[in-house]
Design a protein around this ligand. Sequence first.
Ligand code: BG6
Length: 458
Amino acid sequence: MMKTVLTIFGATGNLMHIKLVPALIRLFKSGHLNNDTSVICVSRRDYNQEMYYEHLLSSVSPSLDLESIKNKLTYFQMDLQNPEDYQNLKKKIELTYGNDIQSLFYLAVSPEFFVEIAQGISQAGLVEKGNIRNRVVFEKPFGHSFESAKSINTQLENYFTESQIYRIDHYLGKDMIQNILVMRFGNIVFENNWSRDSIEKIDILVKEHSGIGNRGSYYDQSGAMNDMVQSHLLQMLALITMEPPKSLDSAEIRKNKIEVLKKTTIDNQSAIFGQYIGYLSEQGIPSDSSTETFVCLKAQVDTPRFKDVPIYLITGKKLDEKIAEIIIHFKEHTLANTLWPNQKPLHNQLVIGVSEYEGVRFQMNFKTPGLNDNLVETSLDYCHSCQKIGNNPEAYEKLLKDFIENTPTLFTSWDEIEASWKIVDPIDFIRETLIHYADIDDLRSKIRERKGREDIDL
Ligand code: BG6
């Protein structure tokens, strides 16, 4: 493999600590990355190599063995606004690694720095437009609204071609998200029932136990809507509702996802927004902030397959557990009701566990064992993470590997970003309706107090 130099901007940030470094350690350990790959860690902090290592050590779990990649990481301090610093970075890369390399960049920074860094690396000659050996990852969120995303994208087009731009949504790197297509299209039993004829409603639920941690200044600008719905939840919606692809080609999958995103709308009236009690005392949060840390939306996908099937998008922080799951509620089965009129046969339910439980549960009716004929609700369970075949890679591991190997399938195209901002941008909420919740029970009861909201399963 060609020598790879991966330069990460934002190397002292939260993402580097919690996701990128652990992913790099695992990739080097498993041999997916080897001595041909080096990582340059860029930040403005006045650290030397040793100080940077100590800085990482303070946050990376000892069980991960940071030491094992110590000699792969090189710290580089620079001022993002100083063109000379980009020149120095270029010199450093050339002197250390030569010219026959693929020079890749990861922008683990807020979107307001995307264009500045793109311009800096481009003007310094660190990347050449159209040269596929130079590719750049942009962390989410890609912009703060459709307008800002469009403006960023238009400016990036000055420096890169679309094939050099990798927009990340790490949910696409999760194994169970990739499994959605296999489940849907690899199993006739699901594919033939995957429509409004059989499906009553769908819940896409991402609950988190933790709060916003030390990301206050970023989070308060985003809220749950821009932090989670615009990217992760809408990507899940697209994979669940898209039409069958003709092939697994990334252009074909993206095309089908964009088609359903363009047909997706959210009912503004039924939106519920919440904020956990204690949010206002978090570091970096203005005392009068009305940013939402919880959101529940009812979406519709206006295609012949899914017209009028309610799709609930629910996500929030400081809830009872960390879980991401998709629940397909199938309709009641009239034949079953006729045959077992006194036994209330359950409606089938398919639960796709994305994280922390990775697997699938299918709720079915069976007969109880023994001499009676009673129906019993039973669940067929498949535990994906329990499988002994291979080690289940963490999302960032998969995506970093794909990026380095120039495989864009699990990254989002500009058209998908555009379509998803256009879905969330029109949603607004009235400050007075914000629910302040102490915990999940409090939230549940406050939602129940709202008339007609028995439709929400939380
Ligand atoms: C990130 C959000 O994209 O996803 C975070 O910015 C959120 O706020 C995280 O906590 C959740 O990801 P995961 O993989 O832990 O479910």
